[in-house]
Design a binder for this molecule. Structure first.
Ligand code: GLU
Length: 293
């Protein structure tokens, strides 16, 4: 299978200029290294009717092209189930019955990093396990044997972050993002992951999981986010931030694309033109402040 990069939006609503800029960067990273570029709709959670079609249309409008048809995570459950089955067979999973509140209120293990699952259900005595099974459905957690893991990132260098017994399948049966993303990237032959740097803290968990599943760890590049004037990650409430909003105030998609390429220090016109000047080392490392419509 040939090498590939990807963009993997969650169809929870319209993409804003921050998402579109990340997609353009992922495209530039992939195309500048001769990779295919794939689109994956991460619709296991937070999917809104109609959002996928609008997202694909807006990506195309800013010049992002992809190879083959977009895949949807909801069509791929058997792959996730098989991966969880492999981990379970190796003794690397356990059932967890904790509510969010119980986790918050549990005393954390000594030296456990902030936010780590405290391990309440890791070693439940058989009788207690039987009882808990009769009270509520279980989530499936990873039985991790490390507290942290190190990844290499093209833009951030060596990054070490926390790994805990994170959830693989929620107690409502929905596969967790951290499991799905690892299985999908490996199964789709994706060996380059370019995404917003808000996801860097989750990356050690994903790379550790890939190693447990004997799946290759992709190259990572976590790119700076787009922020509002207060320096906060751009969101819908920040005014005209989607292509639809911007078109309504007289800014067409081509102009949005040009602004984004300029913000990356790249020549505008088309993504193909920008490709000629693209080099990861000379990318801006700071968040881009959206100048507004
Ligand atoms: N679906 C995730 C999001 O939209 C991105 C996941 C990823 O790129 O790994 O935030």
């Amino acid at each position: 299978m040939t090498r590939a990069g990807r963009f993997a939006p969650s169809p929870s609503g319209e993409l804003h200029v921050g998402n579109l800029r990340t997609a353009i960067l992922a495209w530039l990273f992939a195309r500048s290294t001769g990779r295919r570029f794939l689109l994956r709709v991460e619709d296991l959670d937070r999917a809104r009717a109609g959002a996928e079609a609008v997202q694909l249309r807006d990506l195309a409008a800013v010049g992002v092209t992809w190879d083959g048809a977009a895949v949807r995570q909801t069509d791929r459950e058997p792959l996730y189930t098989a991966a969880i089955g492999r981990l379970a067979a190796a003794g690397l999973t356990y059932e967890c019955f904790c509510t969010r509140r119980e986790i918050q209120e549990a005393p954390s293990a000594p030296h456990a990093p902030q936010g780590a699952y405290p391990g309440t259900c890791r070693r439940l005595p058989a009788a207690e396990l039987e009882f808990k099974r009769s009270t509520r459905p279980a989530a499936i957690r990873l039985r991790s044997s490390v507290a942290e893991w190190t990844v290499e990132d093209v833009l951030h260098g060596t990054f070490t972050g926390m790994v805990d017994d994170f959830v693989l399948r929620r107690n409502d049966g929905v596969t967790a993002y951290n499991l799905a993303v690892v299985v999908d990237d490996a199964e789709q032959g994706i060996d380059q992951v370019v995404r917003g740097d808000d996801l860097l803290p989750s990356t050690p968990r994903q790379a550790y999981l890939a190693s447990l599943l004997n799946m290759p760890v992709p190259e990572y590049a976590h790119v700076p986010l787009v922020v509002n004037a207060e320096g906060v990650r751009l969101a819908k409430r920040d005014g005209a931030v989607t292509l639809g909003d911007l078109a309504a105030v007289g800014i067409p998609a081509e102009a949005v694309q040009r602004r984004m390429l300029e913000s990356l220090g790249l020549p505008g016109g088309s993504l193909e033109t920008a490709l000629q000047g693209f080099s990861p080392v000379s990318l801006p490392r700071d968040p881009w402040v959206w100048p507004g419509a």
